[in-house]
Design a protein around this ligand. Structure first.
Ligand code: GLU
Length: 506
């Protein structure tokens, strides 16, 4: 079979990270089978249209490395791929469906529909109610003809009254829905625009879609898909369905929402997005320092599992290993710490030159000079401690600016008179060794300690406080090597001057 899959977002706002996963699964299947990945923009709902959203979708997919073969962007044989530009196609198909007796014109006003709901609580427009309504099934032919020229009307799908509709979902297995649960969906609105129900299905057929891979929230509309394919006589080319499991919030069982992400302080959109309606800006994964390759790896495993313990997958490995059969039904927890772990792994695997480039970029912005060699050293010292590219600057600033304060609780515990004695000596020693190696720095400290009968372990924390202001940071001796003897000595002097000499232990 010629695999043709589509990602079919509606430009109603920023693409949610779950949408990126949907696009990714489509893309993986397309690449694995030598098939085609299509991007169709479903913009028929004018009320929900948000300017900039389509651009945003294209940029997000490009960032994620999800390449579109056909559709909005590259174009293709079924252009246009933007549904608002395909109105005539849907009109033609809707009329065809009326002629076939599977759809009908309806003239009900809002008040008529409200009256129906008043008459029968929970009533829906279907085989039990449609004959009481104003439509081409209930009204005489001549009246229908007249109304068609004088009144606004919609076209509704005529759902069969008593039938079990089956669909075989590649993830959920056999799904059965009784037609009595479905309503006569509007296919064409009075403004001549199709609804999702018609446009989505007609386009899947015309674009020869082989697999519909989409979020679980679209499962309820799958029976309409099946019915429409049958009514049009297309059943023999019905796409396979795969409804992906929900993404769940990290702490609990609910569906992951923007509110959860905001509450827990992580992004939900691939790229930074400013909502044109509210002006609210939400920081994206990209701007937060997530690498696209790491996000792809993380997202691939949210719902799909390879059946082995392998976690790190290059895109090519994902393409090789992915299968819809191994996508589970159960919701997948969006474990943001796992995303951070992936980011660390991918960041560490980058070349020293790329990593030092991140640092050099930040330094330039902050107005600090640094040789490429020194940047490489700093990056090597920090490499195992960073999660995001910007951490090289956050954690590396200590190499460019002396601490402006000392952590008082650390000082209280570790600034002992023994340590102070050693630091006085050490400062003298390192001052005269501008280019000392980490190993020299260590030997010097050990020598002084040995001569004073003090264990080096008792001094290290105080030395660190002098150099960094606190207790955390990269390897101490490497830090000294990078700072150099002069700067190390200066910082020790400052600390000795600013911090009171402890009276205990004297
Ligand atoms: N336009 C729908 C959406 O916004 C597409 C659903 C589907 O993939 O069929 O997600």
């Amino acid at each position: 079979m010629n695999v043709r899959v589509r990602f079919a977002p509606s430009p109603t706002g920023a693409l949610h990270i779950g949408g990126v996963r949907t696009a990714l699964y489509n893309f993986l299947l397309a690449r694995q089978t030598g098939g085609t990945m299509i991007l169709r923009i479903e913009d028929t709902d004018q009320n929900r249209y948000v300017p900039g959203a389509e651009e945003y979708i294209l940029q997000s997919l490009a960032w994620a490395g999800i390449k579109i073969d056909e559709g909005v962007g590259p174009g293709g044989p079924h252009a246009p791929y933007r549904q608002s530009e395909r109105k005539a196609i849907y009109q033609k198909h809707a009329r065809e469906l009326v002629d076939l007796g599977h759809a009908y014109y309806a003239f009900d006003t809002e008040a008529d529909l409200e009256a129906m709901r008043q008459r029968t609580p929970n009533a829906q427009y279907d085989s039990t109610t449609r004959l009481q309504m104003k439509n081409s099934l209930s009204l005489p032919k001549e009246e229908v003809q007249k109304l068609l020229t004088s009144e606004p009307y919609v076209i509704r799908l005529k759902i069969p009254s008593n039938e079990e509709i089956h669909l075989n979902d590649l993830i959920r297995g056999e799904v059965k829905v009784h037609s009595s649960q479905l309503d006569d969906k509007v296919l064409m609105k009075s403004d001549g625009m199709p609804t999702y129900h018609l446009a989505n299905v007609v386009d899947d057929f015309l674009m020869q879609i082989s697999h519909v891979i989409r979020g679980e929230e679209w499962l309820p509309s799958a029976p309409h898909h099946v019915l429409l394919y049958r009514f049009f006589g297309w059943s023999n080319v019905m796409p396979r369905f795969a409804h992906l499991p929900l993404l769940l919030k990290p702490d609990g069982n609910g569906k992951l929402s923007k509110r959860d992400a905001d509450r827990m302080g992580f992004p939900i959109f691939p790229l930074t997005w400013t909502d044109p309606r509210t002006g609210e800006t939400s920081k994206g994964f990209r701007e937060s320092g997530y690498l696209p390759e790491a996000m792809i790896n993380f997202l691939a495993l949210l719902g799909w599992n390879p059946g082995t313990t392998q976690e790190i997958f290059s895109l090519n490995e994902l393409i090789q290993s992915f299968s819809l059969e191994r996508v589970g039904k159960a919701g997948a927890k969006f474990d943001i710490q796992k995303a951070q772990w992936f980011n660390q792994q991918y960041l560490r695997a980058l070349s020293p030159e790329i990593l030092s480039g991140y640092l050099l970029d930040s330094l330039k912005k902050e107005g600090f000079a640094c040789t490429p060699d020194r940047a490489l050293k700093i990056v090597a010292a920090l490499k195992d401690r960073v999660t995001y590219p910007q951490d090289f600057w956050e954690q590396g600033r200590l190499f460019f600016a002396a601490p402006d304060a000392f952590d008082s609780s650390a000082v209280g515990k570790k600034w002992t008179s023994d340590a102070v004695k050693v630091l006085h000596e050490y400062e003298q020693k390192v001052k005269s060794a501008p280019a000392l190696s980490a190993n020299d720095a260590k030997l010097m400290l050990e020598e002084i300690c040995a001569a004073m009968g003090i264990k080096p372990g008792q001094v290290l924390a105080a030395l660190r406080i002098s150099l960094t202001g606190g207790m955390s940071g990269p390897d101490l001796m490497q830090t000294i090597e990078i700072l150099g003897g002069m700067e190390t000595a200066l910082r020790i002097q400052t600390a000795l001057k600013q911090l009171a000499v402890p009276t205990s232990n004297v």
